[in-house]
Design a protein. Structure first.
Length: 417
């Protein structure tokens, strides 16, 4: 068996990251309960998208029957294990933090809100829990099916397993398309239940793919640094860099599309989402997000040489992984901006009504600049949990799918000059 074990010092560093995350989350609750719950939701959702991205990426390789990526596949296949931890944190949020985060969970508020009454058939606590269980049971179940089938092929060398993976991949991608859109609606969009846009799930998909590929690149290059995954060469990493560049550019496109359509339509029930995120310190935070998430990685990765350099590609992956977490904070914390002063000066009654809906119903706000040392600690904690779980799982099997019929073609893969 061709296995690999990361040096203990690296695992110790990851455990240290987890400790920083636990400390940051604890301090957040001590200083500001609202920020604590919002931070836990952001932390859990970030783990969720990292866990989902691997399954999505692997499924696309199965369905397209890609050969170049066979040697890369074991890392994304093992990200499924992270979903259990993400589910645990989201379960805590859905049990203890629901009232702090979601106004539709308060019967007294719904009773006086016509819009929430019309959405109550979907936005209610029992059905919310049913959907959470269905999402994670299916995501984890199919993801483990991928991993077990792929590992079984290492021993059997049965080419029929590749066909089973293809069929499983089709099922997964079909379910994923619907379930991910609904999960985004449930966990993120319903934080501001009077606001809606059909582009929000696509925006989150682009962020998930970018974050997922960046964290996969980080783990692959980390393993290579310590002598593992020798089958992966510059040509394979060049393609991973292309994926990162493409999905990050797609993320920028979804940002532009969502912003432009909102500006063009100029509907009060839509515009307040961006309006309040361009108020005060949030204006600098929003611009920093767009600059750091798109422009910096775009110009850094546009060069062919950068994508073929392990050092430069690692730097780009860390930038996009970090900015992916900043993006999650932007979505979650932005729901709790104290914009009540703007409500009082609303220009029209209709605008005032929707602006009131924009403010959290129970008076819970997040004050001050939305990103600081505590959020950096949460990011490091999430990376620590992700890296520790995936690398531990990776150590328990072959480094590459040794029974895949496309393995030799993947080993011989070269980029055209």
């Amino acid at each position: 068996m061709n296995t690999f074990k990361l040096p203990q010092k690296m695992m110790t560093i990851l455990v240290g990251f987890i400790g920083i995350g636990v400390l940051s989350m604890s301090v957040s609750f001590l200083l500001d309960v609202q920020r604590g719950w919002a931070g836990m939701l952001a932390f859990a959702w970030y783990l969720t998208i990292m866990g989902l991205a691997g399954g999505f990426w692997a499924a696309t390789q199965y369905v397209t029957q890609a050969k170049w990526s066979v040697v890369v596949r074991r890392i994304p296949e093992n990200t499924v294990h992270v979903l259990l931890v993400a589910f645990a944190f989201l379960a805590v949020v859905a049990t203890l933090g629901l009232g702090n985060l979601y106004e539709w969970s308060h019967a007294d508020i719904v009773a006086h809100d016509l819009i929430l009454q019309k959405k109550a058939g979907y936005l209610n606590t029992p059905f919310f829990w049913v959907r959470i269980v269905i999402y994670f049971a299916a995501w984890y179940g199919i993801g483990m099916c991928f991993l077990k089938l792929s590992k079984s092929q290492d021993e059997s060398k049965d080419p029929h397993v590749s066909h089973q993976l293809l069929k499983s991949g089709i099922v997964y991608l079909t379910f994923f398309a619907f379930s991910f859109a609904l999960a985004v609606t449930d966990f993120l969009m319903s934080l501001e239940p009077h606001w809606f846009t059909a582009l929000y799930p696509m925006y989150n998909f682009a962020g998930m793919a970018t974050t997922g590929i960046s964290t996969m690149i980080i783990l692959i290059l980390l393993i290579k640094k310590y002598g593992g995954l020798k089958a992966i060469g510059p040509d394979h990493m060049h393609d991973m860099g292309k994926y990162l560049f493409a999905f990050n550019t797609f993320w920028a496109y979804t940002v532009f599309a969502m912003s432009m359509l909102t500006w063009f339509a100029n509907l009060p029930e839509e515009t307040y989402f961006f309006e309040k995120r361009f108020t005060g310190d949030w204006a600098y935070f929003t611009l920093s997000l767009w600059l750091g998430h798109f422009l910096v990685p775009f110009f850094y990765l546009i060069s062919r040489d950068t994508k073929r350099s392990e050092t430069h590609l690692m730097n780009a992956a860390w930038i996009t992984a970090f900015m992916g977490f900043v993006d999650v904070i932007w979505m979650v914390y932005g729901a709790f901006i104290d914009d009540t002063a703007k409500v009082a000066h609303a220009e029209t009654a209709a605008h005032a009504e929707h602006a009131v809906h924009a403010a959290p119903h129970v008076g819970h706000f997040i004050h001050g600049f939305p990103f600081g040392f505590l959020e950096i600690g949460l990011f490091l904690g999430a990376i620590g949990v992700f890296g520790f779980i995936v690398l531990r799982a990776f150590e328990k099997g072959n480094q590459v799918p040794e029974g895949d019929p496309g393995l030799q073609e993947s080993l011989d893969f070269h980029q055209p000059l």
